[in-house]
Design a binder for this molecule. Structure first.
Ligand code: ASP
Ligand code: MG
Length: 593
């Protein structure tokens, strides 16, 4: 039989009794005929205690010494776990990351795995041992101990499962699995039986926070299904399997998430010409701020407005970088709004269905919630709202899509278009070198779409609901949506539809625009959408910068942008599509998988 990797998080090894309980689980699996590799985190809140201790000694401890310190938490756990297994009469060997041969780069406190040797683990397994691996740590070329970032034991577990070609990777934690949204905010949230890597990636950094994002990236890259289950559950509750498939391809939405502490920054009076995006985002890249929702509004007199969100904690650094960019762009102005939150819905099914966005916007409008900004990716729609309304917004969308019910019990809705096939895992063997590097799966050019833009959209609830309901009523499939409220409190709302539907959509929208007292509607009969997609797009900051840089060097103006965990989508003029594609292929040639 094959290898099973079992990971136990801090709460699952918090005291002697829990350590013994985990040991029994592992022994049981071994007795069923499997080889078992356990990955263990530091006991309870031990890592926090160590961080706190360091803080009492120094306000700025060296990152190398931080890793030396924090790695001890896991070393305590693995030794105790081995003793527990011995006590229960079975064979076990504990190993640190270095002893296993988990090689990382030298970025202390946030190191990335480069390679893992399996020899030593296999030898111990063959000898009948349960191998107990310290999570969260590795070693660099100079034998310095490194750590993978908080929560990194998940990543260790999935990485070991990948290199060992394990049959299963089980993550034991203190929750029953992955929920449709945060159950602390929405009591009705439901445990999903199954969810795709892609969906969870979009949900994870959106605040679902169940697992370390990088561990899911690994799972996707190497095709490892990840089984999340509760270590305290007596019944063998099956938990949630994070794998290739969603719970249902027929229901458009799988989960909803909230990122509470966001801030919205606007740079106005920016010249509408190639290179401005690059100027802004290279400045932000330099201070290592991850930018999320990006919206560009084209205003009057050839001036544009670029707005985006960052985590509120990054606001001071962001404002400084934005000011510098504004200066370079000559007379641009920076304004911002804190106290905003992002509500998102995610689902593989939405890539192929109409009538999803309008339902989300209607649910928000019915609660009197104003949307400051909208961005979309193929499988996600995000709306930025005032923070005081954020929880209400999350509850509203969760209930709109009936996420509290199993997918089969939800009302069918919308029109299904051709189903997208699930992504194929990338060949594992080819990827064992530099395993955590950025991988661009592909760069695509979509020339099937046209654009509709509504200008001077008043800053009040319900407008986007009206617009997209009218469009959905005609069964027109909307792809990208971008809306952002600018400095004067007015917004542009742009979206793309198949080019043969541009005229029909424009007619509908013009009527709605008049009723709602918006400004003129403009259209582009055809545009080109360039997509860069792959694994680690967001965690490797710089993909956006590289994209904008490549386009700017090719003299191509960016009209619309949409980013997500896995994609950067950029709209450019129709005749610039092929040149843009070439520029991006060249720019990413070293990392295309
Ligand atoms: N002990 C580390 C932390 O708390 C790693 C982990 O638990 O995954 O961040
Ligand atoms: Mg943890």
């Amino acid at each position: 039989m094959g290898i099973i990797v079992q990971k136990f998080g801090g709460t699952s090894v918090a005291d002697a009794e829990k350590i013994l309980a985990a040991a029994r689980k592992a022994i049981r699996v071994q007795q069923q005929g499997h080889q078992v590799v356990m990955v263990v985190s530091a006991m309870g809140k031990n890592t926090d205690v160590l961080v706190d201790l360091a803080g009492q000694i120094s306000s700025n401890p060296s990152a190398r010494e931080m890793d030396m310190l924090l790695s001890t938490g896991e070393q305590v756990s693995v030794a105790l776990m081995a003793m527990a297994i011995h006590e229960l009469g079975s064979k076990a060997v504990s190993l640190t990351g270095g002893q296993i041969g988990i090689k990382t780069d030298s970025s202390h406190t946030k190191a990335r795995i480069q390679s893992i040797s399996t020899d030593r683990m296999r030898k111990h397994l063959e000898d009948g041992n349960i191998v107990i691996a310290a999570g969260f740590q590795g070693i660099d070329d100079d034998f310095n101990i490194t750590t993978l970032g908080r929560g990194g034991s998940d990543t260790t577990a999935v990485a070991l499962a990948a290199v060992l070609r394990a049959d299963a990777c089980q993550i034991y934690t203190d929750v029953d699995g992955v929920f449709t949204t945060d159950p602390r905010i929405v009591a009705e949230a439901r445990k999903m039986n199954q969810v795709s890597h892609d969906e969870i990636l979009e949900l994870a950094s959106l605040g679902a926070g169940v697992m370390h994002s990088r561990s899911i990236e690994f799972g996707k890259k190497f095709g490892v299904p990840i089984h999340v289950c509760n270590s305290a559950s007596f019944s063998d509750d099956p938990g949630t399997v994070i794998g290739l498939h969603p719970e249902s391809m027929d229901r458009p939405v799988s989960g909803a998430a909230l990122t509470k502490s966001e801030a919205w920054i606007t740079i106005s009076h920016v010249p509408d010409q190639p290179g401005t995006m690059e100027t802004v985002f290279s400045k932000l890249g330099k201070v290592n701020v991850a930018v999320d929702m990006i919206v560009q509004n084209i205003g009057e007199g050839g001036k544009a407005e670029i707005s985006f969100t960052v985590l509120e904690a990054d606001l001071p650094a962001t404002l400084k970088a934005a000011q510098e960019a504004a200066k370079e762009l000559g007379g641009a102005e920076v304004t911002h709004q804190a106290d905003v939150s992002k509500v998102s819905i995610v689902g593989l099914g939405m890539a192929t269905q109409t009538g999803v966005a309008d339902r989300m916007f209607r649910a928000l409008a019915d609660e009197g919630i104003n949307i400051l900004a909208i961005t979309t990716s193929q499988i996600k729609i995000s709306a930025l709202v005032r923070r005081e309304q954020a929880m209400q917004a999350l509850r509203a969308v969760h209930s709109e899509f009936e996420l509290e019910k199993p997918p089969g019990d939800r009302a069918a809705f919308g029109d299904k278009h051709t189903a997208a096939s699930p992504p194929s895992p990338i060949d594992i063997v080819a990827r064992l070198q530099r395993m955590e590097d950025l991988t661009i799966e592909n760069i695509q050019l979509d020339e099937t779409q046209g654009r509709i833009t509504l200008s001077q959209v008043p800053d009040k609830p319900g407008i986007s609901a009206e617009v997209f309901e009218a469009v959905a009523a005609e069964d027109i499939m909307v792809d990208m949506i971008v809306q952002g409220t600018g400095r004067d409190g007015q917004a542009n709302l742009s979206f793309t539809v198949p080019k043969q539907s541009v005229a029909a959509a424009a007619e509908i929208v013009s009527k709605v625009a008049e009723q709602l007292e918006c400004g003129p509607v403009t259209t582009a009969a055809q545009i080109a959408i360039l997509s860069v997609f792959g694994i680690g797009i967001r965690t490797h900051t710089g993909v956006g910068v590289r994209t904008f840089q490549a386009l700017s060097q090719a003299g191509i103006n960016v009209e619309m942008v949409g980013t997500s965990e896995m994609r950067v989508n950029v709209v450019v003029a129709a005749d610039k599509g092929p040149a843009g594609l070439k520029a991006l292929q060249t720019a990413f040639s070293d990392v295309i998988g």
